[in-house]
Design a protein around this ligand. Sequence first.
Ligand code: C2O
Ligand code: CU
Length: 475
Amino acid sequence: MTLNRRDFLKGSAAAAGMVALPAGLARAASPVREFPLHAGHLEQVLTKGGPKTDFWGFNGRVPGPELRFAKGDQVHIAVSNELVGIDTAVHWHGLRVPNAMDGVPFVTQYPIKPGEVFHYQFETRDSGTFWYHPHQMSFEQVPRGMYGPLIVEEEKPIEVDREVVWVLSDVRLGGNGRQVEDFGRILDIANDGRLGNMVLLNGKQAGDDSVLAVRSGERVRLRLINASSARIFRLQLPDHVINVVALDGQAIKPRVADTVDLGPGMRVDAVVDFMAKPGSEHKVLDVDRRNRGHVARVSYLDYDPIREKPLGAPMQVQANELPEPDVAKAIDHYIVFQGGMRGAPVIGMIDGKPTNIQEIMEKDKLAWTMNFTAQHEHALMHEPLLYLRKGDHVVLRLINETDFAHPMHLHGHFFRVVGIDGRPQVDQHWRDTVLMGPRQSVDLAFVADNLGEWMFHCHILDHAAGGMMGTIAVE
Ligand code: C2O
Ligand code: CU
């Protein structure tokens, strides 16, 4: 085998996480917030009186524990792998961490073998709603239950009566409550991804039994996280005003929304004033065409309202400092997406060799290309899709030539969504994951200011496994 860029993994930089820091190296200035995460096997009951379901998860539950930090904390998370015979690694979705702490096997670190511990250390640069999950066989490890919320509080949080975190996901159950172990089927890879047959809210069956009890007059900040591997949620709460205040953790000018869209990987912070009558019942609907149901029930307690009019306090969340891209001087790059079950025949470079994807789809379990290339998850020899210089201003034009929606996620950076189908966007929100519609083109702008090789992939995890995954190198 010839030497390749990945040889750096054999060096010291990426291996640093494997050893405990000598005490003398601990930073003196800001306090180090330590947190242990144990990846392991567990069982959990999902419905009242129902059977136990088998999961892989963190610290014995699904979702894993909420990690809550202040902005600017020095965080130290020791991930120990107690899974039997399964390697893993943990990625901090949305956090702008140094590359070696990004948790991507064979790109930023070696997988954590059973019995090993990896020490992730980074500073929380941005406040917001984030989450964590493995980047190792993620199409299997995530739906098996390995995910959890990660919250970084603003220095001055907005004034609410209460904060509620909802981690939405799903699971595919067979009889007797066990998970169906059909991960990575080409049928799922080449279509909408692997959908579960039970939607979960914070690790319990979503729907009537997921009850949010509120007191009339209450203002609640809802932190919504979509941790499912393929399911897109479109949430509505009839008779209530939903104010969206942050997307993917980044503040926006508060905006009233009828519908909250959450592709896999995405987060939305919403402020809701619960002004309906004491004793009344309401449903949080999911109106996505594939789902159609409700994820939760809002149940007003039979107490007097705590206030008659909504709280007057402002909802604008403190913004993070992000490097502002200058579209006028930006370098344009194009990434074209092809493939899928109903897609045009795709001929491309597969793991470095020209191949007809339609012919190898079944056997190789690849169904998608980015710029006419596809590679198996974390193939050792692949080249980055793009090389950028540190400090480059970049516009990425994503051209979706497939009949499917793809939530595209970039690691290590936030980008502004500046254009859709060539039309400049008014709001240009910051995001780390953008839901690209079928046959749509989406323009992203960002400053490549974080050194390293960063994943850029579809967050429908079966699509990522099926070729919709690449890296962008910032040098
Ligand atoms: Cu949420 Cu590449 O990950
Ligand atoms: Cu996709």
